[in-house]
Design a protein around this ligand. Structure first.
Ligand SMILES: CC(C)(COP(=O)(O)OP(=O)(O)OC[C@H]1O[C@@H](n2cnc3c(N)ncnc32)[C@H](O)[C@@H]1OP(=O)(O)O)[C@@H](O)C(=O)NCCC(=O)NCCS
Length: 304
């Protein structure tokens, strides 16, 4: 995707004015403006952490407990028998092939808790679906930079797996979704993922989608929409203003997908630049966003 554009920001701290995070886990640099400035330390009573830092200090199990609707972590997709087994599905009577369904799960992890095999599968998906777009852009494709970005301490993952029918029900998605290492490691392979971060962008509290990639066999079945819905719902529950992402202009499918989901060009999306020789350089990518319409609790002016 696109995120390396965002990564670009991460990798150019000298161009930005990063403010050191207030949390031990938020060590990354590089947003243009890190929203909140810290106090001068003179106050005796420590102020509660701001929302973004507070969210990012949560262990992954607590993050899931607080912000992830459990009902979204397991879903089924109808599959027609013809797509499962062509030879058995063809009928001579002209009947419609029977439909069955497959169950999928979404596991939530942090950069620290994601099992190495899933991390590798996620990386492979990016390489498969988007390394060409990177390579053809001014950013270029760098596996090492991408891995570094994927390991940023505040990065969280939503990993798509096919439910292993052989597993007993008690160890299903919801348990493994905890991502705290207590669930038995599955043999199943990640079929897609969405990575995201609760962060600041231009002083606003946002949820930023770094990557969304599905294996080719999983595309066009409504799974991407489902994952984006969950991503936005997490942002809403955390209380963030908007959902953001970056997309290469060359990725027409993804651009259409985001348009269908209601994303629009963000006010901070880069503008074309006029070079010294007078030519206009169009950016390779656009930044898109969608307001989350979070209803903030009214503060009572009479309080205090
Ligand atoms: C982009 C991607 C995440 C979309 O996920 P998906 O599961 O295939 O999309 P969905 O089936 O949920 O489609 C949701 C909507 O997007 C639209 N859409 C999806 N694929 C589309 C396509 N190829 N052309 C036009 N519209 C498309 C659909 O019209 C659908 O809207 P509808 O419900 O009104 O029909 C997925 O195709 C993918 O992983 N692509 C490769 C990696 C990639 O490019 N990632 C994005 C990087 S920025």
């Amino acid at each position: 995707m696109v995120s390396s554009v965002h990564e670009d920001k991460v990798s150019e701290p000298e161009l930005k004015s990063p403010i050191q995070s207030t949390t031990s886990t938020s060590g990354h640099l590089g947003k243009r403006k890190r929203g909140r400035e810290e106090g001068n330390g003179s106050s005796r009573t420590p102020k509660p952490l701001p929302r973004v830092e507070r969210t990012n200090t949560l262990p992954i199990a607590d993050f899931i407990e607080a912000y992830v609707p459990r009902s979204s972590l397991e879903f089924t997709i109808p599959v027609s028998q013809s797509s499962v087994n062509d030879t058995t599905a063809k009928t001579t009577t002209g009947e419609k092939p029977a439909t069955t369904s497959e169950t999928y799960t979404l596991e939530i992890h942090s950069a620290a808790s994601i099992p190495p095999a899933d991390f590798q599968a996620c990386f492979n998906l990016i390489e498969l679906t988007s390394s060409n777009d990177y390579g053809n852009s001014s950013i270029g494709w760098s596996p090492s930079k991408k891995r570094k970005e994927m390991k940023l301490p505040d990065m969280r993952y939503m990993v798509l797996k096919k439910q292993d029918e052989s597993k007993p029900e008690t160890t299903s998605s919801v348990e493994s979704a905890k991502g705290d290492g207590t669930a038995p490691p599955g043999k199943d392979i990640a079929l897609g993922f969405l990575s995201f971060m609760v962060t600041y962008e231009d002083g606003k509290e946002v949820i930023y989608c770094y990557e969304i990639h599905l294996a080719p066999a999983m595309q066009g079945k409504g799974v991407g929409k489902r994952m984006m819905d969950l991503y936005e719902e997490i942002g809403r529950r955390v209380g963030l203003e908007k959902a953001m992402l970056t997309v290469f202009k060359a990725n027409a499918v993804a651009s259409k997908f985001y348009e269908r989901l209601g994303y629009e060009v963000d006010e901070y999306s880069p503008q074309p630049r006029k070079l010294r020789n007078g030519t206009i350089k169009e950016p390779d990518y656009v930044i898109l966003s969608k307001p989350l319409n979070v209803v903030k609790p009214q503060t009572n002016p009479d309080a205090e």
